[in-house]
Design a protein around this ligand. Structure first.
Ligand SMILES: [Zn+2]
Length: 67
C-alpha cells in the first residue's frame, strides 16, 4: 500500500500555529536573576512572583529541546 504524505494542510498548519501560540502564552518559563526563583508564567512581562524583581529571564517552553 502506497500512501503519500502531503504534509500539513493549510488549515492544519493554522491550527498547529494557534496551539503553539496558546502554549507559548501559558508556558513562559521564568527565571529570576535576583532570587534565583524559577516558575512558569503566562506573560513575558511578568516580574518575579517571589521577590518582585524585574530582572527576570523569560523563555518560551517550546524553545526547549524535547530530549
Ligand atoms: Zn526573584
Amino acid at each position: 500500500m502506497r500512501e503519500n504524505n502531503p504534509g500539513l494542510s493549510a488549515a492544519e498548519l493554522e491550527e498547529w500555529q494557534a496551539k503553539i501560540e496558546t502554549a507559548n502564552r501559558n508556558n513562559i518559563f521564568c527565571h529570576c536573576h535576583s532570587c534565583d526563583a524559577e516558575w512558569v508564567d503566562s506573560s513575558f512581562e511578568a516580574d518575579c512572583i517571589y521577590c518582585g524583581s524585574e530582572d527576570v529571564e523569560h523563555i518560551s517552553c517550546w524553545q526547549f529541546p524535547d530530549d
